[in-house]
Design a protein around this ligand. Structure first.
Ligand code: CP
Length: 352
């Protein structure tokens, strides 16, 4: 708890929350209305969301998976870009918490008739949503919407900027795979992230989250797909995948984001696989028990081979999907506490 202001430390002592003693009490444990990025969060706020998700991991493994905590609340998932995992898991998360969940797909909405992002946001706000989940192709679009509406806004991926719930579910997946207890950070874990780092909001959010949790993060990409001055984010860049894998405990693969590329960034998928694809031979260069992760969707045979992606003990890819529902339940439950009048969470004027 080093570094917490004394007022927060004092409040911790009087908390009745199950996490009392580990986090600031009440709303001070997570003093944000919105979840727009990992960059807005302190280390203890990331850990708070991970710890809150543990109860939902347990519930989701039961035959009956429903609570009524969010009864009467309306959650709108407004997706202006395609999604399978994020959209479905936010929908399942809201429904398991008892909320009414509606999905707005831009492809079949009035966006197609030229409606602006702000007008769409004002329309959703007028329907008195209690939380809005947004995915948008433009970096910063989620923050823009958050400034226009009266309810919590959650970023489900905005352009090349951030995908905060992906980074949270990835950290929770690592904690579970490593058998680390509630409250643990990822101190000393060696994580290699390989792929299209330049265009990846998943890479950006994971770098912010993993470095905050104490992991040793290496990023690996062809020179054209490596952001300039990435070292400033506290990571070590590699262009040689074999070197980046040495000693890695976690290997996180990313797809080439063709939809964000203008021009030719790689010679060919075949050449890319040769240099940066995760094959069984290449995985052998990491630690013998290293785990493999991928946020999906995967391009099998390009950035990852099927024998690695489907490995029964080394691949965490389906575990990531499982943790995604729990993390999104935690985020929705925590961010709606003020609207639900949860004691200690009613304070006005919490920072965004
Ligand atoms: N990982 C991820 O964001 O997947 P979707 O695009 O399917 O939501």
């Amino acid at each position: 708890m080093a570094g917490l202001p004394s007022r927060e430390l004092a409040l911790m002592q009087s908390s009745t929350h199950p996490q009392a003693g580990r986090y600031p009490a009440g709303g001070l444990a997570f003093p944000h209305r919105d979840l727009t990025g990992i960059g807005q969060l302190a280390r203890h706020e990331i850990l708070y969301l991970l710890d809150e998700a543990e109860q939902w991991v347990e519930l989701n493994r039961q035959p009956k998976k429903k609570t009524d905590l969010l009864n009467g609340l309306t959650i709108i998932n407004a997706f202006f870009e395609n999604s399978t995992r994020t959209l479905l898991s936010f929908e399942i998360a809201g429904k398991r918490l008892g909320a009414d969940v509606v999905n707005m797909h831009a492809a079949t909405s009035s966006v197609k008739k030229g409606e602006t992002l702000i007008d769409t946001a004002m329309t959703l706000n007028a329907m008195r949503a209690d939380a809005i989940v947004i995915r948008h192709a433009s970096s910063g679009a989620v923050r823009l919407i958050a400034e226009k509406v009266d309810c919590p806004v959650l970023n489900a991926g905005d352009g090349q900027h951030e995908h905060p719930t992906q980074a949270l579910l990835d950290a929770l997946t690592m904690r579970h795979a490593l058998g680390l207890p509630v409250g643990s950070d990822l101190n000393g874990l060696k994580v290699t992230i390989c792929g299209d780092i330049l265009h990846s909001r998943v890479a950006r959010s994971n770098i912010l989250s993993l470095t905050a949790l104490g992991a040793d993060v290496r990023v690996c990409a062809p020179p054209a797909l490596m952001p300039a001055e990435i070292e400033a984010m506290g990571v070590t860049p590699f262009f040689d995948f074999d070197a980046a894998l040495k000693g890695a405990n976690i290997v996180m693969m990313l797809r080439l984001q063709q939809e964000r590329m203008s021009g030719q960034f790689i010679p060919s998928p075949r050449e890319y696989r040769h240099l940066y694809g995760l094959t069984p031979e290449r995985l052998a260069r990491a630690e013998p028990d290293a785990f493999v992760m991928h946020p999906g969707p995967m391009n099998r045979g390009v950035e990852i081979d099927s024998t690695v992606a489907d490995h029964p003990t080394r691949s965490l890819i389906t575990r990531q999907v499982e943790m995604g529902v729990a993390i999104r339940m935690a985020c929705l439950e925590v961010l709606t506490r003020r609207a639900r009048g949860v004691p200690g969470w009613e304070a006005e004027g919490v920072p965004a």
